[in-house]
Design a protein around this ligand. Structure first.
Ligand SMILES: *[C@@H]1O[C@H](CO)[C@@H](O)[C@H](O)[C@H]1NC(C)=O
Ligand SMILES: *[C@@H]1O[C@H](CO)[C@@H](O)[C@H](O)[C@H]1NC(C)=O
Ligand SMILES: *[C@@H]1O[C@H](CO)[C@@H](O)[C@H](O)[C@H]1NC(C)=O
Ligand SMILES: *[C@@H]1O[C@H](CO)[C@@H](O)[C@H](O)[C@H]1NC(C)=O
Length: 262
């Protein structure tokens, strides 16, 4: 298991991923935008690695980057939308599903702007795209299978516990805003049924899914989740951490498990 803090992720500008941009653009023809949409959740990361896929990429910017100083032109992307910095990338993904409900692409790759957690399964955005294009029906393809973790935590979570260290950084913990319901209650509210014994949770907010997989749920499922975020408009709201865990099981019961270990 490889865990990176947000600070470490932000510091990774200039990492292996950043080198991708020039090499890939000549050798790989980007898929048609309707075939693959890339939902890129940005704070202040360098976006040049996404330029080979600019016509696929919807950027959602929750940072304070001054446009004039950016390394990319925002109008080069498929869309460039600034959002309030609340609800982590999870709220961004719900926002995209809800605002693009009638024009979702065949496959959507939800990703952080700095997707280093995808390595070593994918070390470049091109490799991410290649893997994403193989996403099957009813699959949540998180590019790097090591990002899946079986979890059975439905009651009040002790975020200070060392067990949670991979899910929350010290700085996120210091600004965590709790919500008045448990993970189990959130599951029940969003999906309208009791939680299974355990789930296969994916860490780090990277996942590719097909339109049909997204649309297996009625729109109301995503609206209910989004509503919980609207009720808790904070950077590090606890519901963001719940939703990170719910990402795969929300889309498919394949990620609902019996007792962990079985
Ligand atoms: C752009 O970046 C430079 C160098 O960091 C800084 O001095 C300048 O104030 C920035 N410009 C704006 C408009 O933020
Ligand atoms: C963004 O935050 C401001 C200040 O809290 C608020 O007035 C505005 O409605 C928010 N915008 C959205 C789209 O939520
Ligand atoms: C990514 O880089 C690591 C380390 O160099 C390497 O082991 C791995 O095979 C690479 N992955 C791909 C898909 O090329
Ligand atoms: C939460 O975990 C911390 C660190 O292990 C521990 O000190 C604290 O007592 C725990 N809190 C509760 C309410 O269990």
């Amino acid at each position: 298991m490889r865990w990176l803090s947000t600070a470490a992720l932000l510091a990774l500008i200039g990492s292996a991923f950043a080198a991708d941009n020039t090499a890939s653009s000549t050798s790989f023809i980007p898929p048609a935008p309707t075939q693959l949409g890339i939902v890129c959740a940005r704070f202040s990361e360098d976006l040049r690695i996404w330029l080979p896929f600019e016509k696929n990429t919807y950027v959602y910017d929750k940072g304070t980057f001054v446009d004039a100083n950016d390394t990319v032109k925002h109008e080069d992307f498929r869309s460039y939308v600034k959002l309030n910095n609340t609800g982590r990338e999870e709220k961004t993904y719900l926002y995209h599903i809800l605002t693009h409900w009638n024009d979702l692409d065949d496959i959507t790759l939800f990703t952080q702007a700095s997707p280093d957690l995808a390595a070593p399964a994918a070390n470049t955005t091109t490799q991410m795209v290649e893997i994403a294009l193989h996403t099957k029906e009813d699959e949540v393809n998180n590019i790097n299978p090591d990002l899946f973790h079986a979890l059975a935590e439905w009651k009040t979570i002790n975020w200070s516990s060392p067990f949670e260290a991979g899910w929350i950084t010290a700085s996120q913990l210091s600004s965590l805003t709790r919500v008045p319901y448990t993970m189990g209650e959130y599951f029940q509210y969003v999906l309208g049924q009791p939680h299974p014994t355990a789930i296969l949770a994916t860490h780090g907010g990277i996942a590719a899914v097909t339109r049909d997989t997204i649309k297996k749920n009625p729109k109301e499922v995503y609206e209910r989740a989004f509503q919980r975020f609207e009720e808790s408009p904070f950077v590090n709201t606890e519901v963001g951490f719940y939703q990170e865990r719910l990402l795969a099981p929300m889309f498919s019961k394949r990620y609902w498990l019996g007792p962990v270990g079985q």
